[in-house]
Design a protein around this ligand. Structure first.
Ligand SMILES: Nc1ncnc2c1ncn2[C@@H]1O[C@H](COP(=O)(O)OP(=O)(O)OP(=O)(O)O)[C@@H](O)[C@H]1O
Ligand SMILES: O=P(O)(O)OC[C@H]1O[C@](O)(CO)[C@@H](O)[C@@H]1O
Ligand SMILES: [Mg+2]
Length: 320
């Protein structure tokens, strides 16, 4: 029987992590289970940086971005010896199960701890939407809203100045944030790891848009880690009729009050995590698939191919 649950947030923060912390805490407490907040991801396990969570310690955080518990990356957590030390600190404090809110890397850590005898449940917290085993991650919807708001503003000024705006969005190696932003904002081009990138093709398309379609401006949404967007903007100015400007949205995408959709998702997933631990289940991750809250083994989720976005790319092409 689970008596004390630890909870931590790990990897890049995401809006809605606080809502998940609140849900796990309150659902567990209402079932007579103690909750311990672990500060700064796996580092807090190593340093025994724990705080007892009460109902009031999660008051007033539902609408806050970031994570109350702090997040970190701890590369040495991959080492056996470090994991063993973490298990020891948890045992010493009576923590017999753990909820890990984070991305795929954090999931691997949760799986490793489960294999060492501490039941862990992973919740998908990242703006990247790059975690298999769920249609949507906590934070993606809020980041999308931020991107859309920014690109709508860029369109105003781009159209006044006959400019082509190259907008770099996050996503790690996943194109979802770029694709959803591009469709939502009516962008002229989208470049992601899935579409591939050919600079000459981009310049050619812009010349066509300017000369044949008589477009006054163009918005190009591009995923991070594909090319130097400042250099691309310069090439656009030199080789097309548009003046190119680059905007990197950067970490602004990770902040802000979570949307109601993310708050709901986080609350439902937090509840599911506690339910699973109460059933004595560990090594699983929670997801939302076809609008239902589900769970599956972490190793199965990590091996699953990501859902194809072919239909959405086709939609984008049809809408341009
Ligand atoms: N293979 C692994 N085994 C054990 N722990 C891991 C492993 N990979 C990552 N971790 C732990 O999880 C932490 C977070 O991983 P990572 O930096 O990949 O972010 P993430 O959880 O994928 O989130 P995001 O990509 O959204 O920022 C790492 O710093 C490390 O402590
Ligand atoms: O906060 P950092 O370490 O700069 O990490 C940035 C990365 O984290 C994410 O925001 C979330 O995984 C990615 O989109 C981005 O590549
Ligand atoms: Mg990751």
């Amino acid at each position: 029987m689970v008596r004390k649950i630890g909870i931590l947030t790990s990897g890049g923060d995401a809006p809605g992590m606080n809502a998940a912390i609140r849900a796990v805490t309150r659902v567990a407490l209402s079932n007579g289970i103690e909750v311990v907040g672990v500060r700064d991801g796996y580092r807090g396990l190593l340093d025994e940086n724990f705080e007892t969570m009460t109902r009031s310690s999660v008051s007033d955080i539902l609408d806050r971005g970031g994570t109350k518990l702090g997040s970190a990356r701890l590369p040495e957590f991959k080492e056996d010896e470090v994991q063993e030390r973490c298990v020891a600190t948890m045992k010493k404090s009576g923590i017999d199960a753990l909820v890990v809110i984070g991305g795929d890397g954090s999931y691997r850590g949760a799986l490793a701890l489960t294999q060492r005898g501490i039941n862990c449940i992973g919740l998908p917290g990242t703006i990247d939407n790059d975690i298999p085993g769920t249609d949507f991650t906590i934070g993606f919807d809020t980041a999308l809203h931020t991107c859309v708001e920014c690109v709508d503003k860029l369109r105003d000024t781009s159209s006044s100045h006959h400019r082509a705006s190259v907008v770099e969005v996050m996503g790690n190696h996943c194109g979802d944030l770029a694709l959803y932003t591009a469709i939502s904002c009516g962008a002229e081009m989208v470049i992601t790891p899935e579409t591939g990138y050919d600079e000459l093709e981009v310049l050619e398309k812009l010349r066509y848009l300017g000369e044949a379609v008589h477009k006054n401006h163009a918005i190009i949404i591009i995923s991070e880690k594909i090319t130097d967007v400042d250099a691309l903007a310069k090439k656009i100015s030199q080789n097309t009729g548009f003046s190119g400007r680059a905007t990197v949205l950067g970490h602004i995408q990770r902040g802000g009050s979570p949307t109601p959709k993310d708050r709901m998702l986080a609350s439902m997933m937090g509840e599911k995590a506690v339910d699973l631990l109460m059933e004595g289940i560990g090594g699983q991750c929670v997801g939302i698939i076809d609008n239902c809250i589900t769970s599956m083994p972490i190793n199965e989720a990590l091996e699953r191919p990501r859902q194809s976005r072919k239909r959405l790319y086709r939609l984008f092409d049809r809408l341009v």
